[in-house]
Design a protein. Sequence first.
Length: 152
Amino acid sequence: MMKLSDPLPRMGEQEVSEFKIGHMELFRFDCKWIENRIQTDCRDCTCGLLKLSSGSVSGWAEYMVPASERATGDFARWASVFTRLRGLTIPEALRYIQTRNESWGPIRRALAETALSDLADHLHNPSRLHEQQDRSLERAFLIERSQAYFGY
């Protein structure tokens, strides 16, 4: 019999594969808002957060795109590649990203992989979710500070 103090058993890929990505949000910010967390000079950069959710559990990843690597076009077009992840499990999404390596580029690929890894970690360790709750990740707070928002 398990004691209340025993850690929860870790889920393997089998269990994680049961959870599908149901919602995603991408926030774009002025990099000055997060410059204390960025180690490089971020003049003319684009910064933000990607949130991938499965039910009530979310995974997050930050991004910074230097002006020299910023794609032409609008934010919605840049963010639209992530819509293909909706409805996929985490292992399926990771495989899909690998097939899009060249067209997505390294920044979007790393962003999606990091958010998926964070989502898997939160699914594996649900008790850590409450420890990591931060006002800066509340949706209203993020939207209030966003220059652009993309949700799907």
